[in-house]
Write a protein that binds this ligand. Sequence first.
Ligand code: GDP
Length: 752
Amino acid sequence: MKHFALAGNPNSGKTTLFNLLTGSTAHVGNWPGVTVDKREGTYRKGVEPISIVDLPGIYSLSPYTPEEVISRNYILNEKPDCIINIVDATNLERNLYLSTQLMEIDTPLVIALNMIDVVNKRGEKIDVKELSSKLGVPVVPISALREDNIEHLMKVAYEASLSKRKATTVLENNSLRHLISDCEIAFRGLNVPNALFHAIKLAELDELETKDHPNLVSMVEEYKDGFRDEVFGNDFEAVIADARYKYISHHFAQVKTHSQDHKSKKGTPSDRADRILTNRWLGIPIFIFILFLIFHLTFAEDLFYLNAMHLLGPDGLVSFPGTIFEGLFANGGINSPGVILFNFLDNVTGWLSEIAGTALASSPQWVSGFLVDGVLGGLFAVLSFLPQILFLFLFFSILEDSGYMARVAFILDRIFRKFGLSGRAFMPMIMGFGCSVPAMINTRTLADDNERTATIRVIPFFSCGAKLPILTAISGGIVQMFGIGNAEFITLGMYLLGMVSAIVAIIFMRNTTMRGEVPPFIMELPAYHIPQFKSLMVHLWDKTKHFVKKAFTIILASTILIWFISHFSFSFQFLSDEEMGASILANFGKFLAPIFTPMGFGSQLGEFGWVFVVGAITGLIAKENVIATFGTLAASLVAGFAGDEEGIQAVMVMAQATNITVPGLLAFVAFNMTTVPCFAAVATAKAELPKGKFISTIAFWLIASFLVGSMVYLIGTWWWTSFIFLAAFIMAIIIIHYVNRARDQRIFKEGI
Ligand code: GDP
């Protein structure tokens, strides 16, 4: 079967075209050895079926990112029958930079000039014939989104694939042409295919090329001695890049003619929007407002604070009182769409559990316990968060598809750079508030391995949806029992604690073990698009699938396990809820309790203290388990206790039984927030972290949570201990400073 490769810049519409061509035949895998998606599928509407591979989005064929290396090696080694180079017509000059490199390979090449609908709508024109004749490559205008001219594109590509193509270059009249042709002759002499491409890369002293052909390097080095470009000296890579850009802007600026009304000084609508959205002063407040809106629409139980402002009448609004839909849409305040869906699913799963409970009423206690609490309970616990996670994904996909996210990364880059991160690290962190799993997957946009590791490690500190019940139950419990503070305030404080811990941890890591340059931020800002429903759904489905698959398999298995070890003793005797104190899990908790003493929820809590330890441990499987564990134990302590849905109640029962202090409770929250995340996130971290960083990451989480938890407890109990922590912190900074200085001096000397 013939095979074609799709190559193009990020955001040029590659995914849209790929999905269109391959439809249901598409499948996603990984490129060997790296965590970059590899999509493959079959095009069946032509003369014969054609296999299509979607190469990662790239700006160039240089060796600087895994995506570039993958694409380059694929084209050179796998020799596709044709390359379809998708070019964003609204950003022609920038996109053609890659095309000028693809031309230098002997493989048949066709340019798909995408987004032609946008160009037409703007009243601009691109002279396709001129473009094609200048480049010597067929150019087919298409709109992937509107499915325009796609079959014609495939026909042209198919025809191109039938004959051989000889590489051409735009560097023919360049000052380096003699060097390039000498190198080309050398490669031909060695019978290396694609001699022109290799010759140019060699002239650039490209890292991969010089490694493959070390004995040809001297040719370039010798040439360097007698050469000086006015601007770039003898940095040949820069000379060549500059030549490409010059060629493109010289020849193709006129290919695109603006119609009269767009010649106005104001620029395109995108430019005008950017003047406000990426404004130095307004950019960040606008972004914060958008984020707030997203979280509000996902989590708020009083939409737009209508109830708080008494706009819904004295008692607020309750929907369908007395029916099974009671409180679904409004309960005091009006619910946000995220909460409505959450409530709806909660009702459905509650109803299913009830049916299952009734159906199994006559079976032995352990059978119904296992099926209802173990299997269904575990499944539903995960499912219940899906609506809100889906909403977050949907909103973020809209921001991403519209082109706004690229701007956010750009605005934040200035601030993030101070912490040793690039602006791109921001998105994964924000997604962490929803769920760490997709957030960690999102770090794929970070080029530097150390930056990626540092980011993955702090993602769990951005408290995820599943940790929210821990926060609300404990802060509610504190307020009701001790009458101090205000629950919202405590919750917010804990969120902030997580974020501050993340920043401190990042600064420490980037100055010690996870050093690295922040790569310069080069990113094309694509024109704004109105996101298309179909492509949103594709993105949403892509991400959901990943989440559901990972979370489901692991969490389901682990809840079953937890159920077993909390309902059986070491002698495999079945234990009812009331007897859980004798279970394998409880004994394990009692054994580990001393470790947690510095955090205020260990040995000092006496007979029932193990429940906090066990809560924290079951949280490793899913953070939803933490409060559920309290509920189960509270039920065994207090006859007639309602069960695990009353989180605040359960916390109060446990607090009374154990005499835990307020700082101890807060430390418990802080510990859960910064410790090893749930299984699903750990599995994702393992898959996404660079090689060899997994064990140290687990250690990082354990140490960080122990430190943060102890700090909260100790300072909360004895305020003066804050001086000790402050002193230790200052000491650490001084030590790092001197170690770094010594290191820099050493590097400097070695450099000489
Ligand atoms: P990729 O990053 O190259 O895979 O790009 P996508 O396929 O995700 O497309 C980026 C954005 O451009 C999406 O919002 C698409 O809906 C949009 N898009 C893709 N092709 C076209 C097109 O031909 N016309 C218009 N107007 N939008 C398009």
